[in-house]
Design a protein around this ligand. Sequence first.
Ligand code: MN
Length: 256
Amino acid sequence: MSALAHLAASLATGAVKTVDLTHTLDPDFPVMILPPEFGQCARFRVEEVSRYDERGPGWYWRNFSCGEHTGTHFDAPIHWISGRDLPNATVDAIPTSAFVGPVCVLDCSAEAAEDEDYLLDVEAIKAWEATHGEIPAGAWVLMRTDWSKKSGAEYLNMREDGAHTPGPTSEAIRFLVETREILGFGTETVGTDAGQGAHLSPPYPAHYILHGAGKLGLQCLANLDQLPATGAILICPPLKIKHGSGSPLRVLALVE
Ligand code: MN
């Protein structure tokens, strides 16, 4: 049997199932808040065009607007200054092969529950690899923190000194990019960097190092607790926005 025929049969029997890693786009879903001197990402907004009424008797449809980085979303290399001169750095130009691939899930949920500023380091990645095997080149790596189970103010966890949410160290991201040659890195929080990532070196190392190397980001993921550590396939095509820096998207995983 061909590989795709085998997949089709496995989907039909339920031996392979789809897992939705996406939050619902909703005006109440929090977006990143920057210091007031900077431009701000817009929340999701929606307006009704017609709903079987005088504006359109037989049809229901709406207009929506949002930021490129609203809700569960994709970061393209051009999002960061380190990636701005790379080829194929916008969502419409990234090769589509990057949108389907193997995924490794690093479970940091216990550590994040203990420490809201938990930083995933190289030692923790190597400990994960001792159990699950080396992260293969071309893989998506997702940092599970169970942060997606929080909502409202708890989700952003903003204080006077900024956000307090988990993320990777700069050494961990450099290891994943340079030594493991990953395709992209994803988190359950509002950014790929920790809430206090501005104080790391370089500032916001996940953004700076990933995108400077042409790697991709996913944020505001959900349901990572439904994924195995290895063996799932991630499906994450962003909207094909001309010159887009990112895009809200539906993220799915195929799981045996
Ligand atoms: Mn983003």
